[in-house]
Design a protein around this ligand. Structure first.
Ligand code: BG6
Ligand code: MG
Length: 215
């Protein structure tokens, strides 16, 4: 694959934060008296915080006012922060650090393109700040994936054309966003779920061999 810049989703690509999102959402559901399962949690991957809350409330058949929704999302995020502030570089997914190093050594520009408002904190906890030329997070955009905004802003910050960028994504909404941004995309995970990606690999540990380094 030929590319001059690489844009990485965070959750599920560089680190497995889904388990912490799950624990925090489960705690919120329990406070309303219903169970939130791991299968339910799949529906929240790549989805923004408020959109995730709407899905959770619909599962529990709970109606809240706008004000109550904001305070519920704050509560969930406070619980989530309890987990992620304890995170260390041990939680970087296999191969991610090595691939970032290889890209850097080959002068490929690197940006984060994440829906998470906690992305800068997580990158810091993992000790990966020095690898990123730009960090685009949930605060940088108005529209959420599958809208391409997050990746287009990343390309803009790197001063790159969309066609020179490759996106690494684990969520179908993220793959759709990359396609809509007119970028190449690598799916991380299951071939069937991510079939719209140009290529699907099981994790970043396979990237150097299967995707290459941009030449
Ligand atoms: C995405 C996750 O990266 O970020 C979603 O896949 C999450 O599960 C979303 O809801 C928003 O995260 P945050 O940290 O802003 O609540
Ligand atoms: Mg993800």
């Amino acid at each position: 694959m030929k590319f001059k810049a690489a844009i990485f989703d965070l959750d599920g690509v560089i680190v497995d934060t889904a388990k912490y999102h799950y624990l925090a959402w489960k705690r919120l559901a329990a406070s309303y008296g219903f169970d939130f399962t791991e299968k339910d949690n799949e529906r929240l991957k790549g989805v923004s915080r408020m959109a995730s809350l709407e899905i959770l409330l619909s599962i529990g058949n709970i109606t809240l006012s706008e004000e109550e929704k904001i305070s519920a999302a704050e509560k969930k995020n406070a619980w989530y922060l309890e987990y992620i502030t304890k995170m260390t570089s041990d939680e970087i997914l296999p191969g991610a650090l090595n691939y970032l190093k290889v890209l850097k050594d080959n002068n490929i520009l690197i940006s984060l393109g994440s829906a998470s408002k906690n992305a800068p904190l997580i990158i810091k906890r993992l000790g990966l700040e020095e690898y990123f030329d730009a960090i685009v997070d949930g605060y940088s955009v108005q529209k959420v994936k599958p809208d391409p905004e997050v990746f287009l802003v990343a390309a803009q910050r790197l001063n790159m054309k969309a066609e020179d960028c490759v996106v690494f994504e684990d969520a179908p909404a993220g793959i759709e966003a990359a396609i809509a941004a007119n970028m190449q995309c690598v799916g991380i995970g299951d071939n069937e779920i991510l079939s719209k990606a140009d290529i699907v690999i099981p994790g970043l540990y396979a990237a150097e061999e299967r995707v290459g380094i941009g030449q």
